[in-house]
Design a protein around this ligand. Structure first.
Ligand code: SME
Length: 165
């Protein structure tokens, strides 16, 4: 077991914080193959590291349905349970397999408001070792424009190291 996670000891600049967090997450998850445990741990540690992450968690591809996501481990207020690939920011990221940054949720056609306090959002596709889509990672904030290219790179790096190998 790794030492206790101390978010206040992470770098204070955003890029450095993502770098430090990636190291901490890898240490905590070392040797743990269970995907639910990995997603729950990533959600918890991201939420602890970034105070403005109002909602952070995973929507997992439901293999028993056609192109549909079902809510997975998350931290925050009540999330919607299911999202079709045709809907919302999560659906767009799943369909297009690319990170989607939404500076203002009101300006994104089809945005799904699970909680009306959410003002901006980033969704990163989660690929497995074979390149198959496992899930998407969704992070919401209560302020507009909370996410940028540094968040995209930081989250993509954590997701790749945690789920793609
Ligand atoms: N806003 C997302 C739905 C998920 S919640 O934000 C937790 C979307 O439009 O896909």
């Amino acid at each position: 077991m790794a030492e206790a996670f101390q978010p206040d000891q992470l770098a204070t600049d955003k890029a450095g914080r993502y770098r430090d967090l990636a190291v901490e997450i890898a240490a905590v998850l070392d040797g743990e193959p269970d995907l639910t445990a990995r997603m729950a741990t990533v959600s918890s540690m991201l939420r602890a590291a970034f105070a403005h992450f109002f909602w952070v968690g995973f929507y997992v591809v439901d293999r028993t349905r056609t192109e549909e996501l079902v809510v997975g481990p998350y931290q925050g207020t009540l999330g919607c349970l299911r999202i079709a690939f045709t809907r919302g920011v999560c659906g767009a990221a799943a369909r297009e397999r690319r990170t989607v940054v939404v500076e203002d949720v009101d300006a994104f056609p089809g945005h799904i408001a699970c909680d009306s306090r959410s003002r901006s959002e980033i969704v990163v596709p989660v690929l497995g070792p074979d390149g198959d889509l496992l899930a998407v990672l969704d992070v919401d904030a209560e302020t507009p424009g909370a996410f940028d290219a540094v968040d995209a790179l930081g989250l993509e790096t954590i997701v790749a190291q945690t789920f793609a190998r």
